[in-house]
Design a protein around this ligand. Structure first.
Ligand code: SF4
Ligand code: SF4
Length: 394
């Protein structure tokens, strides 16, 4: 009965959110998912949400049609380009909220997520991370960062996130940030029993699992007296800042590491002495830029590195092209796609004449390393994380 009421509420919310859409399609050209498909309207922004709207409105029960809807809904990277376009040009419809709720509905009806994503949710449920990394391995890796465990004396909790213990490139990113924390003599600590922030479950529509994870993390933060969280990933940053209950997070400052580094530089706790004579371009992560308006800090950091020349891609800032990894897309591929976003982005980065593309997100980092490889540009374009570049400039 409770489940039925919940389902009814989710449906009501979807219809309510999408009632603002006047189907003008101004959002369609901004949708990166639409850009990499053959031009079928249902493969992009308003087409995705229109399919959802009518499935809910007509009480669709046909399994085949619902499976089609699942493929359409889970193909979205949740980059939020469509919402910005709609806000600027039309009615301000909250497309990504509707998409997330649509996924929640499909999970309730045991149709979602995508088959490849099921083991991600299982792993989150059993191990507390989406990559099936055993707890002992994760703990051992975290110890390698050589940072103390969180204590009441620590000013900052460095929340490492799940990707670093599972991926070589993200490991370097975490190590570099740990090096910067030590250099700036920040009194910080890590959670030795760290679990996921819950973002993958939330974005795939598994709201119940997200709430469980959220509760566990809040308990940890409270028992350790955490007052300031600095995350490596923009996804953890956005989740703690905007998706955890505000009341429970009161008194806890949340920052992405780029914001924290920008502060350290401004306060002269971090000084770059080594010249980096390189032409560099920057990849704005969606959950840093479009979700939280953090465009300036990473650029300020890059501009403070002596010798470095920052050049922008043709699409930058709020317009920036998604790497393709958000919204659960790190774990799902779709047949209908004729290109990969990371490959298109790698070519855009190459057009700037930059030698390095800098990212500030473990998923952007992984996808862009792949993208550069796929377009055979490994020799001319290196992909680095912002923390790595900062560590080189010390
Ligand atoms: S721009 Fe907004 S109103 Fe127009 S189709 Fe897209 S979501 Fe609907
Ligand atoms: S969030 Fe991004 S990928 Fe999803 S529909 Fe909107 S523009 Fe397209």
């Amino acid at each position: 009965m409770q489940e039925e009421a919940l389902e009814g509420k989710v449906k009501e919310d979807i219809l309510d959110i999408l009632s603002y859409c006047i189907n003008c399609r101004f959002c369609l050209p901004s949708c990166p998912r639409f850009e990499i498909t053959a031009g079928n309207i249902s493969e992009g922004a308003s087409g995705i949400t229109r399919s959802l709207y009518y499935a809910v409105k007509w009480g669709e029960t046909d399994k085949e049609i619902l499976n089609e809807l699942r493929d359409i809904l889970y193909s979205c990277t949740t980059c939020r380009n469509c919402e910005i376009a709609c806000k600027n040009l039309s009615t301000g419809t909250k497309l990504t909220d509707a998409i997330e709720k649509g996924r929640q509905l499909l999970i309730e009806e045991m149709i979602g997520p995508m088959p490849q994503q099921r083991k991600v949710l299982e792993s989150l449920h059993i191990l507390g991370n989406p990559y099936e990394v055993p707890t002992s391995k994760r703990k051992a890796w975290l110890r390698g960062l050589d940072l103390p465990g969180i204590s009441k004396e620590a000013e900052v909790l460095f929340y490492v996130g799940c990707t670093a213990p599972n991926d070589f490139n993200a490991q370097n990113m975490a190590m570099a940030f740990a090096q910067l924390l030590k250099k700036a003599q920040v009194r910080c600590g890590i959670l030795e029993d760290e679990i996921c922030c819950g973002s993958p479950s939330l974005k795939m529509g598994e709201r119940g699992l997200f709430e469980e994870i959220c509760e566990k993390n809040l308990k940890q933060f409270k028992s350790q007296g955490v007052k300031h969280i600095v995350t490596l990933s923009p996804h953890c940053f956005d989740t703690f800042l905007n998706r955890y209950p505000q009341e429970a997070m009161q008194g806890i400052k949340v920052q992405h590491y780029s914001q924290f580094l920008a502060d350290l530089i401004e306060q002269k706790q971090l000084i770059f002495k080594t010249r980096v004579e390189k032409k560099v371009t920057y990849q704005d992560p969606c959950y840093l830029g479009r979700y939280n308006d953090v465009y300036d800090e990473p650029r300020r950091i890059l501009n403070s590195i002596p010798g470095l020349e920052l050049v922008e891609c043709s699409r930058a800032g709020a317009d920036s092209l998604c790497c393709g990894g958000g919204g659960g897309r790190m774990w799902a591929d779709f047949d209908a796609e004729v290109d990969r976003l990371a490959n298109i982005r790698a070519n855009e980065a190459l057009e700037t004449g930059a030698e390095i593309m800098v990212t500030a997100c473990p998923w952007c980092l992984i996808n862009m390393v792949d993208g550069v490889k796929s377009v055979n540009a490994e020799e001319s374009m290196k992909i680095k994380d912002l923390a790595e570049l900062c560590a080189e400039a010390l």
